[in-house]
Design a protein around this ligand. Sequence first.
Ligand SMILES: CC(C)(COP(=O)(O)OP(=O)(O)OC[C@H]1O[C@@H](n2cnc3c(N)ncnc32)[C@H](O)[C@@H]1OP(=O)(O)O)[C@@H](O)C(=O)NCCC(=O)NCCS
Length: 189
Amino acid sequence: MSAKKPPHRNFSFRFAEHADIPLIGEMAQKTWRKCYAEIISPGQMTYMLERMYGAPVIAEEIEDGVIWELALKDNMPVGFYSCTFDQGLQNLKLNKLYVLPEAQGQGCGKTMLARVRNLGAGLGARKIWLQVNKKNVAAIRTYERAGYHIEREDVFDIGSGFVMDDYIMAMAIPEWSAVSSKDAAPVGT
Ligand SMILES: CC(C)(COP(=O)(O)OP(=O)(O)OC[C@H]1O[C@@H](n2cnc3c(N)ncnc32)[C@H](O)[C@@H]1OP(=O)(O)O)[C@@H](O)C(=O)NCCC(=O)NCCS
């Protein structure tokens, strides 16, 4: 019997381009409608999706250097992440991490998190951090499994009477940290 392949071998990645913006929007809609159905109201979901995934918003982010990458399985997009590197603070903010409902639980999220970690290490970040809804138990568990811990909690006023009640989770990257070829392929391949 052959040994089980490491999860990253099942997925490939490519940077998102402007032409991918409608696809990202569709993937976000599908994933959000399922995972946040019990967590936030339909009104808040529509409001946040427009603010975070509206085509002009993503286009501007890509122009501004925010990293958007698509995860592919058998050449079909199954997930995406985005992150922003702050050189002054030497940290990487993981803005988004989503896997289509039908592709969840197959190692894609874990592989993307390994990739984000290696990206952070390669850029010289000393820390990666993110916000996650306090009720998003599955995502919190995924982040904990990847080495993140809850740093603090906060309530963010996002306008129109809506708030985000989040944990801020973080993971330190030691200065000596090297990119592990075992965990993820170099970004951009
Ligand atoms: C959270 C999410 C990104 C994880 O991606 P995934 O591909 O489904 O997760 P993986 O298969 O890579 O599993 C990653 C780890 O988390 C654990 N995990 C994943 N889903 C879990 C769940 N529902 N409950 C408990 N643990 C879970 C897995 O056991 C695995 O740990 P292990 O390898 O040590 O066993 C994905 O499920 C998703 O997109 N969810 C909806 C959107 C979302 O919540 N995004 C995060 C917003 S902050």
